[in-house]
Design a protein. Structure first.
Lengths: 142, 142, 142, 142, 142, 142, 142, 142, 142, 142, 142, 142
C-alpha cells in the first residue's frame, strides 16, 4: 500500500502551538514516528497552509496512491472546496484529528468533510494517524 | 490490559438490520472477530437495549477494567445520563461507530457523548472496534 | 392476521391521567374494547414504561406477528433507539395516538418515529387503535 | 351520515404524479373506490387547485354535511386561510394523506391545519380515506 | 375621499366564527356600521376568500379610490403576492385587524404586509375600521 | 373620560431626531396638537427616559385615569418590566407609534408589550395619538 | 419547439411597479419583444394573479407544449402547491426572474420551486426570458 | 407527612463524581443527613439509573406518599416520559438539584420537568433537599 | 446573620396583580410574614421599579450584609446590568420567585442572573423567600 | 466584446467528478465548446483551485475585459473575499453553475456572491456558460 | 476639543470587580489617568448605573461637547433606548471597552450600539479610553 | 518596537473600491501615511489576497516582530485557519478595520478572529491603523 498523509494549516506549527492539546513534538517528529511503522516509501507527507495547494494535491493523488489520510486542520470546519475535492477523488480518504475536537470550541464540532470521507479517527494524539492509516488499509483491502 | 466492549440498543440485531450499512455479520460474529485479536479474557462484551443497564455497567467498570470501548447506538444522540456516567468514570473511554455517522440522517451527526470520551473512531465497519481498542491501549499506556 | 399492540410510558395510567384528553377508561378497558373487534388470539397487548423493554419486544415481534400498532407515548418525541428498532423490523408498524398531538404542547408535535413507521393515526381516542389495526391490515394485504 | 371529501391541489393529477408514492389509480378511481363502501349520496367529492374555492366549500359545508375529510395537498403546509376556515367550521374535520408525509421532504413534515382538525390519518394510500371516514363517523357518534 | 375596504378570507364568516374574539355581528352589519359614518358612495366594500381576486382588486383600485383599508385575514401572515400588489399600488393602504393579533397564536404575530402598508390599527373590534379610515384620511390629506 | 398619555425614551427629542421619520414638530407641539382636540384636563402628558419612572406612573394611573395611551419608544422592544406593569394595570392601555415600526430596523418589529395592550396604532405620525385616544375611548365605552 | 411562458402575480403590472427594478415596459411589450425572436405560434403567453389558475395551466401544459418558462412572481417564495404541479409535470420547466432576487429583500432569496425546475435564470431584465427559452430548448434537445 | 425522595441516574455515584461540584459525601451519607432532620419513616429514598423504574415509582407514589422530592439527574434535560408521569401524579412534586445547573453546560439549563413540578430548588448542595422537603410541606399544608 | 431582601419591578403591586399566580397578600404583608421568622434587624427590605437603584443597592450591600435574597421580577429576564452587579458582589446571592416561572410565558423561562447567583428557589409563593433565606444561611455557614 | 471566463476549484476535474451531475466532458472540451461560438480572442479562460488567485484575476480583469462569467465552484458558498472582489470590480459579472444547485446538498443552496453579481444562470450543463455569456453581453450593451 | 466620557453600570465598581479582567485601578484613578493626558476642562466624566440618566446626559451633550466616548457596560448588550439616544445625537460618539468583549461570555459579543457609533475600541484596558478619545478627535477634525 | 502590518484580501484595491466607505487613498498612500508617524524600519507592510500566505506570514512573524496589526478583510468573517495562526502566535495581535463593520452587511458583524486577538479598533478610517499600533505598543509595554 502507498498512502499520502496530508496535514492542513498550522500543523507545521506543531509542538509550538497549545502543547497541552497538541503535544510538544514537531511535525517532523510526528512524520518520523509514523514512518517508523512502515516500509520505506510507503507513505508520503504533505503539509500546506494553502487550501488550493491541498486541493491540487488531492486531485493528483489518485494516480500515485491507494488512499489518503487527512488532518485538514481548521479547513475541516468550512472548506467546501476541499470537500468537493475529496468527494471527487476515487481513492478512499480517512479524516484524522490529534485532539478530541468535540470537546473544544463550538466551531470545531462541525466538520464539512466527514460526510465525504470513509472514516474518522480523533482524540488519540499522534496515534490518531497510526489508527487512521490502519483503518485506511482495511478499507482498501475490503 | 483488560477492557470492556459495550454495545448499545439494536446492536444485538446486527446482520439483520440494514446490511448495506452495518454489514451482514451478527454481533456474536463481530465479538468473535474482535476477540481473535487478543489473549483470552482480555476483553469482556456487554450489550443492552436498556439505557439504565448501560449506566450500571459503566459505573461498575472502573474496578474491573482499564478502559471501555463503547458503541452507544442511538443513545449516542440523546442520552445525557450515559454521558454523565462516562464523565464520572475514572478509566478512559473510546467511542466507536460501525458506519460513518456523519454521512447519514441529520440526527446522527450529533453525539452528546463525544465531548466526554477520550477519542472517537467511526466508519470502518468491524475494524472500528479493533482501531478503538488499539487507541484505548495507547491512551492507557500514555 | 396476528398483530402486537404496544403501549409506551404512562399509558398504564390511562383513565387516571388527564381524562379530558385521554378519556376515563383504563388501559384494560381499552384493550378489551379493541379485542372485542377481533377473533381470540389475533392481538397481543404489551405495555411498558421502559424504553429498553419496548425495543426488546419490537425485536422479537417479527417472528410471531405480521404487524405492530404502537403508541409510544412520550418516547415518540425523543427515543431514537425505538426508532432504530422500528426501522430494523421487517414487519409493518403503524403509529397511533389517542389525542390530536398537534394541538397540544409544542414538544408533542415532533415524532422521531413517524419517518420509519408505515402510517399514522391520531386524535380519535380509543378508535385510533381500531383504525390503526385496520390500516395495518390493509398494508399487510397489499 | 353525510360527509364531504375535499381534495386539494394536484390531487386531480393522481395516477400521473409520482406513482411510486401516490399509486397509479386516478382521482376518479379513488373516488369510486371510496364510494363503493357507502350508500349512494352518503359522500360528496370536491377537488380544486384553488385555495379560495376550498375555503368557500368548507364554509358552505356545515349546512349540508355532518363532517369533512380533507386532503389539503400542498396547502397543508402553509395555508393559514384554510386553517381559519376549518377552525371556524362547526362540524368535525379529519385530515388525511395518501403517503407518509413525515418520511418525505422536510417541508411536508409541517402541517398548519392538524392543530384545528379533530384527527389525522396518513400513509395508507387510498385506505387513508376509508380510515378517515370511519374515524370521522366515530367522532360524530361520540 | 373615496376609499375601498377589503376584507380577506373567512371575514365573510364574521359573527359565526369565534364570537369571543371577533364579536357577533356579521360582515354585513359591520359594513353598515362603518358606512353609517360616511356619506353615500364614499366607501366600497369587497370581500373574498381568493388571494388572486384580492390582488386583482388592489391593482384596479388606484384608478377609482384615494386609499385602501385592508384586513387581509390569514393572508396577512404569508401572502407575499398581496404584499407585492400593495407595494406596487400608488395610493396609501392601511392595515386593520379586529382582534389584537399579538395576543393570539404565534403565527399571527408575523405580518408580511405591514412593511409595505402606511399604517396599522389592531385590537379595537369594529372600531379598528373606523380608526383605519380616519388614519387613511389623514395620510391622504398630508 | 380622563386619560394619561405616556411617552418613553427619546420622545422628548422629537423634532430633532430623524425628522424624515418622526416629523419636525417637538413633543410640546405634539402635546398641544393632541390637547386641542379635547376639553381642558381630559388628558395628562408624561414623558420619561427612565424605565422605572414609567412603571411608577402606570401603577399610579389606575386611580386617576380611565385609560392610558403609551408610546414606549425603544422600551417597546425589551422592557418586560413595563409589560408586567401594563398587564397588572386595571384600566385599558393602547400602544401607539409615530412611524410604521414594521418598515424599519429588524429589532423594531418585535414588541414585548403588544400582547398585554388592548390595541395598537402605528404609522400615522401625530395622528397615531388621536386615533389611539379615540380607540381607547371606544374600549372604555364598550 | 412549442413553449408556454407563465407569468405570476403582479407581473401584469409591469412598467407601473418599481421601474428602477423591473424596467418600464409593460407585460404586453415584454411579450411582443420575446415573441419577435421566434416564429409565429411558437410561444403562448399566460399571466394570472391566481395560484390555482397557474396550477391548472401547468397541468394542462404537458399535452400542448414541449416546455415551460415560468416567472412565478411572489409565489416563488411560498407556493408549495405550484411546486408540486411543476414536479408532477412531464415536460422541462425553467424558472426566470427579471431582477437579481438575491440582491433584494431577504424573503426573495428563498425559492421553493428551484429544486423542481431544471434550470434558473435571474437578473437580466427582459433578456432573462430569452435566455430561459434558449436554455429550455437545449434541455429539450438533449 | 410522608414523602418520597427520588434520585435519578448517576446520583448513586455521589462523592465519586466531580466532587468540586457535587461535594464528597456519598448518596448514603446524603440520605442519612436528610433523614436526621425527620422522624423515622417520614421519608423513603429511591435511586435508579433506569428511566422506566423512576416512572413506575412515581406512578405508585400517590397511594403511599403525600409528596415527592425529585432530583432527576440528567433525565431532567430530556425525559418527557418522566415529565408525563409527574404531570399525571396527583400529589405535589418538587424538583431539586445539588448544583446551580444554570452555571454549567448549556444542555443543563433546560429542564423538561420544571413546567409540571410545583417548585424548584437548586444550587445549595445537600441543603437543596432539606429546602425542597420544607417547600413540599408548605405546598401540602396550603 | 444580616441579610438584604431585594424585590424588583411590580412586586410593590403584590396582592393587586394576578392574585391567582401571586397570591393576594401585599408586599408589606409578605415582608411582615418573612420578618416574623427572624430576630429584629436581621433582615432589611428593599423594593424598586428602577434597575439602576437595584444595582446601586447591590453594590452597597456587601459592606452591611452577609448575603442577599433577590426576586428581580421581570429584570430577571434581560438585565445584564443587574447580572454584572451580582457577579461583582462579594457576598452570596440567592434568586427567588413566587411562582413557578418555568410554567408561565416563554420569556420567563430565561433567567440572565441564575448563572451568577449561588442558588435558586421558585414556585412556593411567599415560602420561596423563607426557603431562600434558609438556603442563603447554609451557604454563608459553609 | 472581450470577456473572461473564470472557473473555480475542482472544475479542472470536470468529466471525472460525478458525471451524472456534471457531464463527462473535460474542462478543455467545455472551453472549446464555448469558444466555438465566438470569434478568436473574444474569450479568455482561467481556472484555479486557489481563492487568492481568483481574487487576483478579478482585480486585474477590469482593465482587459468588458465582463466576467464566473463559476466559483464551492467558493460560491463561503468566500466573502471573492464576493468583495466582485463587488469592487467595475465590469459586470455573471454567476453560472453547471448543475441546478438548489436541488442538491443544503449548503449548495446558499450563494454569498449572487448578491453582488448582476445575474445568475444555473442548471443547463455546458449551456449555462453560453447563456451566461449572452446575458453578460446584454448587460454590457444596456 | 471638549469631550464627555460616559461610563455605564458597574464601572463605578472598577478595581473591585474581576481585577483579572478589568485591572485593579478604581474609576477615579482611571479618570485621573485619562485626564493627565489633556488640558484642564477638556474632558468631563459621567458615570451612572441608571439607563435613563445616561440617556438624559447624551441628549444634553450635543450643546456642550464636540464628542462623546462611551463605555456603556452591560447596557451595550440590550439598551435600544441608549442606542436611539446615540443615533439622535448630532456629535460623533465612540464606543470603548476595557476588555476584549469578544473573548468573554456569549451575550457580550452582541453590541446594540456599535451600529450607531462612529467607531469602536476594545481590549486595551485603560488605554482603550485614550485611543477612543484620539479616534474621536480624528473624527471631529475630519 | 518593530511591528508587522498585515492587510488581507482586496485591501490592495483601496481607493478604487467603495470610496464612500473606504476613502479614496490607495494602500500605498495608507502605508506611507502610517509610516510617517514612525522611525524608519519600525513597521513592515504585507498584503495578500491569499489566506495561506497570510498564515505563513503570521507564523514567521514572532521571530522578527514584537507585535502584529491585522486587517484581515473578508477573511475576518470565516477564516478559522487564520484564527488558529493568530492563537498560536506568541506576540500580541491587534485587529483593525477601516469602516465601522457593525453598521454594514450582516455577515460583517461576525469576526472569527476577535476572540483570539488582544484588542480591536474599527471605524476611524486610516486612523484605525494609527490607533491600533498605539494600542499594540501599550500591550507590549504592559
Amino acid at each position: 500500500m502507498k498512502a499520502l498523509i496530508i496535514n492542513g494549516p498550522n500543523l507545521n506549527y506543531l509542538g509550538k502551538r497549545k502543547p497541552e492539546i497538541y503535544g510538544n513534538r514537531s511535525l517532523e517528529e510526528l512524520n518520523e514516528y509514523i514512518n517508523s511503522y512502515y516500509k520505506k516509501d510507503t507513505l508520503e507527507f504533505f503539509q500546506s497552509n494553502h487550501e488550493g495547494s491541498i486541493i491540487d494535491k488531492i486531485q493528483e493523488a489518485s494516480l500515485k496512491y491507494e488512499g489518503i489520510v487527512i488532518n485538514a486542520g481548521a479547513f475541516t470546519h468550512y472548506s467546501y472546496a476541499i470537500r468537493d475535492a475529496i468527494e471527487a477523488c476515487e481513492i478512499p480518504i480517512v479524516e484524522v484529528h490529534l485532539s478530541n475536537v468535540a470537546a473544544r470550541e463550538r466551531f470545531r464540532s462541525i466538520s464539512v468533510i466527514s460526510e465525504v470521507c470513509q472514516g474518522t479517527v480523533a482524540g488519540f494524539g499522534m496515534e490518531s494517524y497510526i489508527l487512521g492509516i490502519r483503518g485506511l488499509k482495511s478499507l482498501i483491502v475490503d
